[in-house]
Ligand binder design. Structure first.
Ligand code: SF4
Length: 330
């Protein structure tokens, strides 16, 4: 990465919120003008994309918000998107394959995209076609004979090679990428996303908000924002966000009222990626057992996620001591 470019980006990341808003609005305007208005917002109903939708509306209120309905959205997010659709042009796109079929035909997206891909390859046969990749994931040996650990499947997950479940990295391709790509192709519109470099991973290497060239042309006008900026913007604009971000009281089958902590992130509620890294008293599945018991039963028992979670030693039933109950007498 160009050092000067990176320095400029870090300066942008340190700007006050008002300046960031001004710059983001300019980026959005440039993008819309460049494509003669043929653009769309990739809208998830989550906090970041609600901020993005609000920014875009200040430039052009007719830009469609495209909601990729994977079938795995938290019900409250789905309701929030319906509410937004009362005042904005929301386009709903759906995947051709259901989550159930993805699990059956491709396998569980387990641990992380990288590990799921390594396992997909290593659970299959080593052939002439995949030999290089197979060896890289199995032993860390690359085509030039060098051996390293960067691409070798970590020891911690090797037991999953022989586990009696399918594992694959294809879930996002089927449920998220394909529907949005089809929409973009058919409509000819170019996406605006709420991606932020501060989220880490491959995103942290990006420094350009508007990428006009190539078949993956994309605008990320909030690339230099942070989670603190998102929170400050929501307060500044008095913006309504989905209720799942707040702690809520939920009645349990035994009549007690459990306090369910607000979500930090939304997206697919049955997603297994990263669940082994979650900190705090309860992970997403333990919280789901309290907040959405029917969905919990579907994913853990009917779709078999419980078996996949057992294999990576992740709990999905809350420990009694970790649940806070509201005293009905107060
Ligand atoms: S986020 Fe998780 S559940 Fe959703 S499509 Fe991607 S891998 Fe599948």
């Amino acid at each position: 990465m160009d050092l000067l470019e990176k320095q400029k980006f870090l300066q942008r990341q340190a700007m006050p919120l008002e300046d960031k808003i001004t710059l983001s609005l300019r980026r959005i305007k440039d993008w819309i003008n460049h494509w003669d208005g043929e653009v769309y917002v990739a809208f998830s109903g989550g906090r970041d994309s609600t901020v993005l939708a609000d920014l875009v509306r200040q430039v052009d209120k007719y830009v469609p918000l495209v909601f990729s309905d994977t079938g795995l959205e938290i019900p409250e997010i789905r309701n929030f998107v319906k509410k937004i659709a009362l005042t904005r042009n929301v386009v709903r796109v759906r995947p051709k394959k259901s989550f159930k079929r993805v699990i059956e035909e491709d396998g569980f997206a387990l641990v992380s995209k990288k590990v799921a891909k390594q396992l997909r390859v290593l659970k299959g046969p080593r052939t002439d076609r995949n030999a290089r990749m197979y060896d890289l994931y199995d032993t860390g040996k690359s085509a030039d004979g060098r051996v390293g650990t960067a691409w070798k499947l970590p020891k911690k997950w090797r037991h999953l090679i022989d586990a009696d479940i399918k594992i694959s990295d294809k879930c996002c391709d089927h449920l998220k990428k394909e529907p949005l790509n089809t929409y973009a192709k058919e409509s000819g519109r170019k996406p605006i996303t709420g991606m932020m470099a501060a989220e880490g991973g491959a995103r942290s290497t990006l420094t350009q908000c508007n990428m006009f060239d190539g078949k993956n042309a994309k605008s990320n006008p909030m690339l230099f924002w942070t989670q603190q900026d998102i929170e400050d913007y929501i307060k500044l604009r008095n913006l309504e966000i989905c209720e799942v971000y707040f702690d809520r009281e939920v009645e349990q089958p035994d009549g007690r009222i459990a306090m369910v902590p607000g979500e930090q992130r939304t997206g697919c509620m049955f997603c297994l990626f990263g669940v082994h890294l979650e900190k705090g008293n309860m992970n997403r599945f333990q919280k789901m057992a309290l907040s959405h018991p029917r969905h919990h039963d579907t994913c853990i028992n009917k779709l078999g996620l419980g078996k996949a979670l057992d294999l990576i030693d992740v709990k999905y039933i809350p420990e009694e001591d970790d649940v806070k109950y509201v005293d009905a007498g107060l």
